[in-house]
Ligand binder design. Structure first.
Ligand SMILES: [Mn+2]
Length: 342
């Protein structure tokens, strides 16, 4: 059941900002666009904003061109300096995930409504709907559409199925429950094309990404069921300035002998010292969400991430022992190694 206070806030909102997370993925963009469509069905004219640009593979989604980002000339005036009475934040586990879109104290006057499925959500809104049993924020919006009596068809269905497909890696994660399949089925019945969405999202990558993988795979390491590799700024530059989610940790965790994977990516130095992005994946039965949370990040049992201060070698030396310890304790607590060896 959806909190009646949430439905009331949506129906009473007049000047509404919808936002999702930095480095937006398919679920962030899909749920943002889906939320915009639901609100328009209620007669609202919400502003949709993201800090970072919509990735190329999601720019074809209907309405994506209208999302205001930090690169838009009107970002300051139309988003950061505007006083909204309602802010709807989707698919984000903590306030920092909204990045530069959220501008305190201008936005503090608005009612903040949080709709999210991350188990690590910090419940930072005035109204929080957190549903970790849902595989995607877009799945939650299927239920919201039901509550608002909006039919799941056309462009709404396409946006919402995109988020479900991308967050479940096309129904392969252990978050893929019968309810997820049922929601996806209804979106397909409403006209969303599964094979087109799959081909556009989880089944594609640019050539420069394959070249980047080629550069960093020779230094891959496997110890105690933990597999990892590192990507330096130089790797990124020489592979052709890769900016998309390199998604390599999902590939690494497919190794028979591994239960947990990590890719450590050196971040551009913003003047506050070296830092490394850590992207974790786990085989079913293992959990990397608490691991990421312990380093100030967040995510799901099967996929999570965090940013750790330090150089690449320092961060790898700091994080990999914690990964090994996490895997060991999960084995002792009954997780079964998916590896060919124990
Ligand atoms: Mn999501």
């Amino acid at each position: 059941m959806i909190d009646p206070a949430l439905l009331q806030a949506l129906s009473e909102g007049r000047d509404i900002l919808c936002v999702s997370h930095i480095s937006p993925d398919g679920d962030a963009v899909g749920s943002l666009l889906g939320m915009g469509r639901l609100l328009r069905r209620l007669g609202k004219q919400p502003v949709l904003a993201l800090q970072d640009p919509v990735p190329a593979e999601h720019r074809v989604l209907p309405g994506a061109a209208d999302i205001i980002t930090q690169q838009s000339p009107d970002f300051e005036i139309a988003v950061r300096q505007r006083r909204f009475d309602l802010i709807v934040c989707v698919d984000s586990s903590s306030p920092d995930r909204m990045g530069a879109v959220y501008n305190a104290p201008v936005h503090d006057a608005a009612t903040l409504l949080v709709i999210d499925h991350h188990v690590t959500n910090t419940r930072f809104g005035a109204i929080n709907w957190v549903a970790p049993e849902c595989a995607a924020a877009c799945q939650m919006l299927v239920y919201l559409a039901d509550a608002l009596e909006v039919p799941l068809e056309g462009e709404l269905a396409e946006c919402l199925l995109t988020g479900i497909v991308t967050d479940t890696l096309c129904f392969r994660t252990d978050s893929t429950t019968p309810d997820v399949l049922s929601a996806a089925m209804r979106l397909m019945q409403g006209g969303a094309d599964l094979s087109t969405i799959t081909a556009r999202t989880v089944n594609r990558r640019p050539f420069r990404l394959i070249r980047l993988w080629g550069r960093v795979l020779p230094s891959v390491q496997l110890e105690d069921g933990v597999i990892w590799t590192a990507i330096s700024r130089r790797d990124l530059a020489e592979a052709g300035d890769v900016i998309e989610d390199v998604n390599l940790s999902s590939f690494l965790v497919t190794a028979d002998e591994a239960d947990i994977s990590a890719v450590f990516t050196e971040l551009a130095n913003d003047g506050s010292g070296p830092a490394v992005d850590c992207s974790f994946r786990a085989k079913p039965g293992f959990d990397v969400s608490r691991l990421a949370f312990s380093f100030g990040g967040g995510g799901h049992p099967a996929a999570s991430g965090c940013t750790v201060k330090g150089t690449l070698p320092d961060v790898i030396a700091q994080v990999t022992p914690v990964m090994k310890a996490a895997r060991r304790s999960q084995l002792q607590n009954g997780a079964h190694s998916g590896g060919a060896q124990a």
